[in-house]
Design a protein. Structure first.
Length: 81
């Protein structure tokens, strides 16, 4: 039987995935550890860090607060300029 699933739609993300990953690494946390602390799935965090999934503003604030940085640090570069 052929695979009839639709491919995951790629939409532009509303954050800088690299900045999110770097902040987590600077904090000395693994994805699973941070996800557990914020009560989100590790797969959501992984997808946010690779840019295949966006994060809502409330989660951006929670991430920044836990990682000790400003939420704007996760904004796309053109917003930070």
């Amino acid at each position: 039987m052929p695979d009839t699933r639709q491919p995951r739609r790629k939409t532009p993300v509303d954050h800088d995935p690299r900045a999110l990953r770097e902040a987590r690494i600077r904090a000395g946390l693994r994805q699973g550890d941070l996800a557990r602390e914020l009560n989100i799935s590790q797969s959501l965090l992984s997808e946010a860090e690779t840019g295949t999934r966006g994060i809502n503003p409330a989660l951006r604030v929670r991430l920044a607060k836990f990682l000790g940085c400003d939420p704007i640090s996760f904004a796309p570069l053109q917003v930070r300029a």
